[in-house]
Design a binder for this molecule. Structure first.
Ligand SMILES: *Cc1c(COP(=O)(O)O)cnc(C)c1O
Length: 383
C-alpha cells in the first residue's frame, strides 16, 4: 500500500490485502482458536486467538491507518475498550472526565472504577481552564468525547492535550460520534482514541465491538498486555463485519452528515422546537471550532429540545415511522431516543439536571435514508 493513498482508498485496501494462499480478493476469516507452533517453546506469528488472530490483526491495521496510529486493538464492545484504559489506573488515582458523557462511561467511572479507589470529577470539556483546575497531583487520566453526548459539545483537543500533559496525565477521547472521517484525535496530540465499533465503524446495527488506537508503541504494548491478560477481544466474524463496514465509512459519514445538517436547519425553524444542538449550526457554541477541526461535515448525530414534559416528549419519540425508537446510533437506519429515559438513564438525576439532560431532549442518529422521508416522518411525529 502506498502511504500517500487517501483515507477512502486506505479504508478499502489497508488490512484487506489479497490472500497469498488462494488469491482471494477478500481475506478469509480465520476462526481458529489456536495455531501450530514451529517447535515447543518457539512461537510463530500467531499462537492463540485471545493473544492474536489474523482477522483481528487485519481489521486493527485498517483502523490504525484511518486514525493515523501505530496500532489499534479490537475489543468485544466499546465498554470493554474504555474499561481497558481504566485498568491502567490504580487505587488513589483520579480521573477528570467530560460532563457531556456517554451513559455507560459515566456508570463505569462512578460505579465500577470507584470500587478500586479511583476518583472521578466531571467537568465541562469545552473549558480547558476548568479541566486544569479540576486536575490534581493524582490525576492520571483525562477522558473526553470528540462530540459530547447528548449535548453535542466539542472540546478543543489540542488545548486539552496540552493541559493534560502539562500535569503529567494521559488523555483519551471517545471518537465514536466523530469518526476518523471528521476528526483524527491522534493528530491533535491525544494519546488514546476509542470507538464503539458497534456504531459508525460497523455501521449497520448488526454487531458489537470496541477499539483503541494509539500513536505510541509503549502505550500500545501496555494496553495490549491488559487486553490479553483480561480477555475481552473481538471475535473473528465481528472483525470481518467491522472491516466490511469501514470500507464505506467515509461515504456513509459524509452523506449522513449532509442529511443531518439539512434536518438541523429545518428543525431550528420548527415552531415546536425550542433548541437544536448541532455543530453545523451557527447557533452552536463551538461552530467555529468545528469548522477548524472537522472535515467532511459535522456528523450525523443531532439533539433537539421540545419545550414539553417527559411524557409528551416520550410520545413524540414513539410516533415516528422511519426513525426507530432505540438506543445506539451510527448505522444506515435512523434512530430516535429520549436521553433522560434511555441513553442517560444511568446518570444520577441530580447530574442529569445539572448537565442539561432535560425532559424535552430528543436525540437523533441520522441514517442513510433520504432527507425528504426523514423530514416528513419527524414533522408528523412532533406535530
Ligand atoms: C455505544 C457507545 C459506547 C459503548 O460502546 P458499546 O459498544 O455499546 O459497549 C461508548 N461511547 C459512545 C459515545 C457510544 O455511543
Amino acid at each position: 500500500m502506498k502511504s500517500g493513498d487517501t483515507f477512502r482508498t486506505r479504508a478499502i485496501h489497508v488490512g484487506n490485502e489479497v490472500d497469498p494462499a488462494t488469491g482471494a480478493i477478500i481475506p478469509p476469516v480465520h476462526f481458529a482458536s489456536t495455531f501450530q507452533q514451529p517447535a515447543a517453546g518457539e512461537w510463530g506469528k500467531f499462537d492463540y486467538s485471545r493473544s492474536g488472530n489474523p482477522t483481528r490483526s487485519q481489521m486493527q491495521n485498517t483502523l490504525a491507518s484511518l486514525e493515523g496510529g501505530v496500532g489499534a486493538l479490537a475489543f468485544s464492545s466499546g465498554m470493554a475498550a474504555i474499561h481497558c484504559v481504566t485498568m491502567m489506573l490504580k487505587s488513589g488515582d483520579h480521573v477528570v472526565a467530560g460532563c457531556d458523557l456517554y451513559g455507560g462511561a459515566y456508570r463505569l467511572l462512578h460505579k465500577v472504577c470507584s470500587r478500586s479507589g479511583v476518583d472521578v470529577t466531571l467537568v465541562d470539556m469545552t473549558d480547558p481552564s476548568a479541566v486544569a483546575a479540576a486536575m490534581n497531583e493524582n490525576t492520571k487520566l483525562v477522558w473526553a468525547e470528540t462530540i459530547g453526548n447528548p449535548r453535542m459539545s466539542i472540546p478543543n483537543l489540542r488545548e486539552l492535550a496540552k493541559v493534560a500533559h502539562a500535569k503529567g496525565a494521559r488523555i483519551g477521547v471517545d471518537n465514536t460520534f466523530g469518526t476518523p472521517v471528521l476528526i483524527r484525535p491522534l493528530e491533535h496530540g491525544i494519546d488514546i482514541v476509542m470507538h464503539s465499533a458497534t456504531k459508525y465503524l460497523g455501521g449497520h446495527s448488526d454487531c458489537l465491538g470496541g477499539t483503541l488506537s494509539v500513536s505510541d508503541q509503549n502505550l500500545l504494548d501496555e494496553l495490549y498486555f491488559l487486553q490479553n491478560a483480561t480477555g475481552a477481544v473481538l471475535d473473528p466474524l465481528t472483525c470481518f463485519l467491522v472491516s466490511r463496514g469501514m470500507k464505506t465509512l467515509d461515504l456513509r459519514v459524509r452523506a449522513q452528515s449532509e442529511t443531518a445538517l439539512s434536518l438541523a436547519n429545518w428543525l431550528e425553524a420548527h415552531p415546536r422546537v425550542s433548541n437544536v444542538l448541532y455543530p453545523g449550526l451557527k447557533s452552536h457554541p463551538q461552530h467555529q471550532l468545528a469548522n477548524e477541526c472537522f472535515e467532511g461535515g459535522y456528523g450525523a448525530m443531532l439533539t433537539f429540545e421540545l419545550d414539553d414534559t417527559l411524557d409528551r416528549t416520550a410520545a413524540a419519540c414513539g410516533a415516528t415511522r422511519l426513525f426507530r425508537l432505540a438506543v445506539s446510533l451510527g448505522a444506515v437506519e435512523s434512530l430516535i431516543e429520549q436521553p433522560a429515559t434511555m441513553s442517560h438513564a444511568s446518570y444520577d438525576p441530580v447530574d442529569r439536571a445539572r448537565f442539561g439532560i432535560t425532559d424535552g431532549l430528543i436525540r437523533l442518529s441520522v441514517g442513510l435514508e433520504s432527507f425528504e422521508d426523514l423530514q416528513a416522518d419527524l414533522d408528523q411525529a412532533i406535530g
